[in-house]
Design a protein around this ligand. Structure first.
Ligand code: ZN
Length: 460
């Protein structure tokens, strides 16, 4: 009761009061049928296009240049004639992308959590921010996580958290009390901190573990290896980083809870979430319109390509056909759970997270990240390509890692990257997270895609 009052105060202080109807609206969308959801998405798409054309100078100019004007007969098929939005465009044209209908005090400045390149800032209208909070609570409700549930947040973006090591002050204590959460910062996690985190979790008894899967896995391994008293939770929500199936199994075993993977970004909020069947992400189709783009055209259902988003909620700065650099495909079949929401499959890492073979072919980051799944003495791995014919593999290993294991590791990497690439194993005490995003980067590629040789083209 007291905590609920504190939560309302915190919502008001964060200017986030009013999210509850949006949670209700999201849960109601789960009871609609597919046809009416699809019709509704078309209406929402038309509305944001009209709004963008009328109030955002960037879109007006760009669409006038190709002779396009939104009309009442517009359908989602017609979206394909519109140009894509890229991070470069957002950076260069931010002021003209913003809707003229919004006052500056109605807009929140936010930053992309991009792991590569320069970080981009953008605006989110405040009503949209509240809406997203409510809808996300709706998704979490489906995983059994409701406001008031005790959550341990394992988070790495220092801007979102009080700096580690700062003394507990009253404001911070109130925030943690009101939101029923214990915050564990994972930007650095050494043994001393892990021991401290374990003690805090024992006292706090979280029902939900929430955050970066690599960091939660790291904590789980530490608890296991040190033989510490187990921490058991009902639910684990994985977000912000790619979750591998090996990690999912490990987390379920160590913490006992059911793992739910979320696909959220700073720009578009929660694009998708897992249902209890865990076979892909259900897309929140009242919030985003998803297209899969392959070779510049819209892919067929089941065909993989780049996930491209038209945001249906952020009227302050419309994002129309925005390229995410994430890969996936739309499932041709509805989910067996009975949800009417479409399903996004095979979310396979970001476009930049890949390695280029010298012949110009690509190795997906996801396959590399999973390559050492069977070698238990490898704790963490990171693949860095600085030159076309060389790959540095940074490994954090346990005492069980021998020269034989190293040979085996090289052999497995070679199978993926081919014989033309030199593979350098570098054992390190730890792998630093990206300082801007707080995310753990499995694959970093610093070379551009080489031209394919003619012989390769013929083979392909
Ligand atoms: Zn489902």
């Amino acid at each position: 009761m007291l905590r609920a009052v504190a939560r309302d105060i915190l919502d008001r202080r964060d200017r986030l009061s009013g999210w509850k109807p949006h949670r209700k609206a999201f849960l109601a969308s789960m009871r609609k049928d597919r046809e009416s959801l699809a019709r509704d998405a078309e209406d929402r798409l038309r509305r944001i296009l009209y709004h963008a054309y009328e109030t955002s100078p960037y879109y007006r100019d760009a669409w006038n240049a190709i002779g396009f004007r939104p009309s009442s007969s517009f359908t989602s098929k017609d979206l394909q004639q519109l140009p894509f939005l890229t991070k470069d465009i957002v950076r260069e044209h931010k002021s003209t992308l913003v809707s003229e209908r919004f006052r500056s005090d109605e807009l929140d400045l936010s930053y992309t959590g991009g792991t590569t390149g320069t970080q981009t800032s953008f605006y989110l209208d405040h009503a949209c921010a509240i809406n997203r909070v409510g809808r996300q609570w709706g998704m979490l409700d489906l995983c059994g996580y409701r406001p008031g549930t005790r959550r341990a947040l394992v988070w790495g973006v220092s801007d979102d958290l009080a700096q580690p090591g700062t003394r507990i002050n009253l404001k911070r204590w109130f925030r943690e009390y009101a939101s029923s959460q214990e915050v564990l910062c994972c930007s650095v996690m050494n043994e001393e901190m892990l021991m401290d985190y374990h003690g805090r979790l024992l006292r706090f008894r979280p029902e939900v573990l929430y955050g970066y899967p690599y960091a939660i896995t790291h904590l789980g391994r530490f608890i296991q290896e040190q033989g510490l008293e187990p921490i058991k939770v009902k639910t684990i929500v994985s977000t912000a980083e790619r979750l591998t199936e090996v990690q999912r199994g490990f987390l379920q075993k160590v913490f006992g809870g059911e793992v739910f993977n979320f696909y959220c970004t700073r720009e578009y909020g929660c694009i998708g979430f897992e249902c209890r069947r865990h076979v892909g992400f259900h897309i929140d189709s009242e919030s985003v319109f998803v297209e899969i783009i392959r070779d510049g055209r819209r892919a067929d259902p089941g065909e993989p390509g780049e996930i491209t988003i038209t945001d249906l909620q952020n009227y302050g700065m419309p994002f129309i056909r925005s390229r995410t650099a994430d890969f996936g495909s739309l499932s041709p079949q509805p989910c067996e759970c009975g949800s009417p929401l479409p399903v996004l499959n095979g979310l396979d890492g970001r476009a930049t997270d890949c390695i280029w073979r010298p012949d110009g072919s690509m190795v997906a980051g996801g396959t590399l990240a999973d390559v050492f799944g069977d070698i238990s003495s490898i704790r963490f791995s990171q693949f860095v390509q600085e030159k076309l014919n060389e790959l540095d593999v940074f490994l954090v290993v346990t005492s069980g890692f021998s020269n034989e294991t190293e040979k085996e590791a090289i052999r497995q990497v070679r199978e993926l990257v081919g014989p033309e690439m030199a593979v350098n194993i570098r054992r390190v005490p730890e792998i630093a997270r990206n300082p801007r995003s707080g995310k753990y980067q499995e694959v970093i590629c610093k070379v551009n895609q080489p031209q394919r040789s003619t012989s390769t083209q013929r083979r392909v």
